[in-house]
Each structure stands twice: as structure tokens, then as C-alpha cells.
Design a protein around this ligand. Structure first.
Ligand code: PMP
Length: 380
């Protein structure tokens, strides 16, 4: 039997390679983005409690209504925007699924989608599997800012959507108000959709306000905005998230969702409906994670890496020109094998493998993990 592959260019990714190497060499894993500490005891207990109470059958396709109501309350509190729990919110099995579903909802064969690189690894395959073409634009190294003049140049009659991600994986860059102004002026009077990946909404540092699309009604009317509970509550393995869109767009999103996932894990939805009312639990996340960023960045000063800025996400990038002239993949592999620290080479986030000799480090780890990793890196 032969399959005419929908993703002929996708092979074993560097993420799989690095995770395999990390295990094989017993390396400290600062590669993949997940916390190595426990999530909230109270939230775990809540899930357990509601399971015992019998919340183990399907909830409606759009998601458990009290959870959608809690999300709407949170959005109004944070972004001063009224969202209808009934027509504008759908609970999804994770943020990646929300992005995939949004793209599948809007894309037709031959469409183009603007994607900024380095890009989170699911975006380009998500566009291609829908028969559309990713139009790639490099973020400007080393600050990883968007070159809006280039965006203007690359917009065509085929442009169906612009995919944005702030705070950004892998770079930790964030969009500011000026970026939003640029985006606004580019899409005004067009039929271009925005898919906004905001899974790191609460992982933003230095008191920078998160420029959620939800703040801007003129942008929201053409947007699918995607979130992840895994990132908010230190439980990436839960794969729970949601998408917000205007009612008319959400109607179509739900048609795709209905025949794919239908309804998500019930006990976590029931537990989250109540837990989300606790503002402290999500508002305290940024200072908690900022402390980790600061700690890691300070420790890294003792090494010969040059760390870049990270204003959000789980990640910080660093260059190694004082250590080696190798390409970033070779260097990352050698670092795992010889120094016992796994990272991700940033060239892996470019379709053409553009190599600025940068590694991505994940700092959402216990202090002991970060300390032990840097102790190894100091020796280089
Ligand atoms: N978007 C970005 C930019 C991410 O880094 C991640 C997680 N690695 C996701 C989406 C996915 O979130 P989830 O696990 O909820 O699918």
C-alpha cells in the first residue's frame, strides 16, 4: 500500500533527535518546553474530586458551559472585552489543536499564509496539510522583530491569513503596541484573517502588557485567538486549551471541531471552571517565571555563551561565538553528548535551516535543574 504523503518533506525532527540524545546521554534537558516541577496540588485535587462526583461523561461539543463562562469573565477582567461564552469560545484539546482547527476552517487550496520564522514547529505543516502555501518572513535577528515593510511586500491577493505568536517560541520576543498598529493598518480593508497564538499570555515579563488581539475589537473581528491551559497551570501534558473568535467565524470552526475531537476531557473542564476564578493562580505566573529567567540569565554570565533578551515564554536564546564555530545543530548534539545538556538549535525553526548559531534554552525548570545545567556549561 502506498500513501501519497500530504507532508512529504516532514521527517524526523531535531526535537525527536534531541530528546532521544538527552535520554541516551542522561543529559539535563533544557530542550523541550515543559516544567519539571509539580503543578498545583489544589487543581489536581479538584480534578480528582469532580471525577469521584461523576463528571466522567461527555460535555457539550463547545465545552463545559461554566468553563466558557469563567473564561469570558477572565477575558473581560484582563482585556476589557466582552466575549459570549455561548457563541465565541470553544474548548479544545490544547493550543496546537486550536491553531490547526482555525487554519483548517479558513484555508482553501492555493491560499497563502504569512508565517514568521523562527516558527513554532506546527505552523508550516498545518498550513501545508490544508493545501495552502506558507509565505515565510524572517524575524530580524538578533532582536527577532517583525519587519512590517517586508510583510507589506509579501501580501498578495492570495493572502488568507497572518499567523502571529506573542510571546514568541523560540525567541521570547513580544509584540508591542506599535506592532499592533502596523498589523492593524496592513489588514484594514482586506479579507485577511489573523490566527493569534497566545499560549504564553501569562508568561510575559518586566511588567510588559500582553498585546492580546482580544484588546482590539477591529482585529478580533477577523481573528482566531488560541490559548493553552497547559502553559497557565504548569500541566502541558493535559493538552487543554481554547479558541476565541467572532460568532460567525466560530460557527465554522465548530463544524471542523465537531467531527474531529467533538468534546474534550470532562473532569479537567469542570475543575478548571472553578479554578479559573482564582486570579492569583494565573496572575502570579509571570513573576514566578521571570524569577527563573533572571536566575538562569545571571548564572549564564559565568559561561562563555552570550544570552539574548527574553521578554516572555519558557525560552531564552543564546549564541556561542566564544566557544565554537560549529553550526548550531552540530554544536547542540555535541553539547548533549559531551557536556550533558540538551538544548534546541534555533535553525530547526527555519524551513531553510537558517543558522545564526543560536541555541534555545528552556528555563521553566526547577532551580536545581538550572543550577546543575549551568555548572556543566561553565566548563565549556
Ligand atoms: N504554541 C506555541 C508557540 C507553543 O510553544 C506551544 C507549546 N509548545 C503550543 C502552541 C501548544 O500548546 P498545547 O500543548 O496546549 O497544544
Amino acid at each position: 500500500m502506498q500513501i501519497h504523503s500530504k507532508l512529504p518533506d516532514v521527517g524526523t525532527t531535531i526535537f525527536t533527535v534531541m530528546s532521544g540524545l538527552a535520554n541516551q546521554y542522561n543529559a539535563i534537558n533544557l530542550g523541550q518546553g515543559f516544567p519539571d516541577y509539580q503543578m498545583s496540588e489544589a487543581l489536581m485535587n479538584k480534578v480528582n474530586e469532580v471525577m469521584h462526583k461523576g463528571w466522567n461523561q461527555y460535555v457539550p461539543m463547545q465545552g463545559y458551559l461554566p468553563l466558557r463562562e469563567s473564561i469570558a469573565e477572565k477575558i473581560e477582567y484582563l482585556y476589557k472585552t466582552k466575549i459570549s461564552p455561548d457563541t465565541q469560545i470553544t474548548i479544545t484539546p490544547g493550543g496546537t489543536y486550536a491553531i490547526y482547527t482555525a487554519l483548517t476552517t479558513i484555508l482553501q487550496s492555493g491560499d497563502e499564509v504569512i508565517v514568521f520564522e523562527p516558527a513554532y514547529d506546527s505552523y508550516i505543516p498545518n498550513v501545508e496539510i490544508n493545501g495552502a502555501t506558507p509565505i515565510l518572513i524572517d524575524l530580524k535577528f538578533p532582536e527577532y522583530k517583525i519587519d512590517w515593510a517586508e510583510v507589506r511586500k509579501k501580501i498578495s491577493s492570495k493572502t488568507k491569513a497572518i499567523l502571529i505568536n506573542s510571546p514568541q517560541n523560540p525567541t521570547g520576543a513580544v509584540l508591542n503596541e506599535k506592532d499592533i498598529e502596523e498589523l492593524r493598518s496592513i489588514v484594514k480593508d482586506t479579507n485577511i484573517f489573523i490566527v493569534s497564538d497566545e499560549v504564553y499570555e501569562h508568561l510575559i515579563f518586566d511588567n510588559i502588557p500582553h498585546q492580546s488581539i482580544l484588546r482590539y475589537p477591529d482585529l478580533l473581528q477577523r481573528s482566531f485567538v488560541c490559548f493553552s491551559f497547559g502553559k497557565v497551570y504548569n500541566c502541558t501534558g493535559w493538552k487543554m486549551g481554547y479558541c476565541i473568535a467572532p460568532a460567525e467565524l466560530m460557527k465554522e470552526f465548530r463544524k471542523v471541531h465537531q467531527f474531529n475531537c467533538f468534546s474534550c476531557h470532562t473532569p479537567s473542564q469542570v475543575a478548571l471552571a472553578e479554578f479559573l476564578k482564582n486570579k492569583d493562580a494565573y496572575l502570579s505566573l509571570s513573576s514566578f517565571m521571570q524569577e527563573k529567567r533572571d536566575h538562569f540569565k545571571k548564572l549564564m554570565q559565568q559561561t562563555r555563551f552570550t544570552m539574548q533578551d527574553s521578554f516572555g515564554s519558557y525560552f531564552i536564546c543564546g549564541t556561542y561565538e566564544r566557544i565554537s564555530e560549529e553550526g548550531d545543530k552540530d554544536f547542540a548534539i555535541r553539547l548533549t553528548k559531551e557536556a550533558g545538556v540538551a538544548t534546541i538549535p534555533v535553525s530547526a525553526f527555519y524551513q531553510n535551516g537558517k543558522d545564526d548559531r543560536v541555541l534555545r534554552f528552556c528555563f521553566s525548570k526547577k532551580k536545581e535543574t538550572l543550577d546543575a545545567a549551568v555548572e556543566r556549561l561553565i566548563k565549556l
